[in-house]
Design a protein around this ligand. Structure first.
Ligand code: DC
Length: 233
């Protein structure tokens, strides 16, 4: 039997499920490094935008390899926030990659096989250091199939939409709940039905449906699970 990869925790799941909040707290508790793999796809998308590599909103496949070679993504600890910021080619892009422009095209970028290959390579490299909690869509299925612990997160669509609505309206954005529900459904469909590494629960992942759980309850759930995991290995 293959030994599990010692200190890697994979957190996969649907968008707007609170994966990053949960994964970040786990990392803090275990003194692990939290890595947001979605940020890497977002940084690649930003590179495509900034370098005019989009044709009518779609990535230009000509010279793709050449462009990919020029993408250098790193995570650097921000001493003020205590979190890892995403850097693209020597520039801190943590806030730029969260904007609407990137959000609008990142799904397309993340479907390109060459882009995925490059990101998976980088993710595995980061994983070599150990002590990593990584969240995304294919971490337990493709990137670290031998991760020590795999968690797959889901929540009811309406609950996820209401959380997102609250988050956006608190930021002062004018959005409609109906619109958000539609957007979540579309993103789920794209994540689950893409050809490359579609979103699916790994057979050995533990399901966490947090529709009716506060973050404190999720952490209690995690502590129990971690105790059992440490006991087993
Ligand atoms: O989690 P997020 O919304 O920041 O992810 C951004 C995009 O990247 C989203 O379209 C899903 C995709 N993604 C992926 O394909 N594989 C991952 N491991 C992480 C994110």
């Amino acid at each position: 039997m293959k030994q599990p990869q010692t200190s890697i925790i994979a957190v996969d799941g649907y968008s707007s499920c609170g994966k990053s909040t949960f994964a970040r707290l786990i990392a803090r508790e275990l003194n692990y490094t939290y890595i947001d793999s979605g940020a890497m796809y977002r940084a690649a998308a930003l590179y495509f935008i900034e370098n005019n590599l989009l044709l009518d909103g779609d990535p230009d496949h000509k010279n793709l390899q050449h462009s990919l070679e020029r993408i250098n993504i790193r995570f650097i600890l921000n001493l003020q926030t205590g979190l890892q910021d995403t850097w693209l080619n020597g520039k801190n892009v943590e806030s730029a990659i969260r904007g609407i422009e990137v959000s609008a095209i990142v799904s397309k970028i993340s479907q390109i096989s060459e882009v995925r290959q490059k990101m998976v390579g980088l993710q595995r490299k980061i994983g070599e250091q150990g002590g990593v909690v990584m969240d995304g869509r294919d971490i337990g299925t493709v990137v670290f199939p031998d991760a020590r612990l795999k968690i797959f997160m889901t929540a009811d669509t309406n609950v996820r939409a209401r959380r997102r609505y609250k988050e956006l309206t608190e930021k002062g954005l004018d959005v409609e709940l109906k619109e958000i529900i539609e957007n979540i459904r579309m993103r789920d469909y794209e994540d689950e039905n893409r050809k490359e590494s579609p979103l699916r629960k790994a057979d050995d992942a533990i399901l966490l449906d947090n529709s009716h759980m506060t973050i404190d309850k999720q952490m209690e759930w995690f502590r129990e699970l971690w105790k059992k995991t440490c006991h087993e290995h």
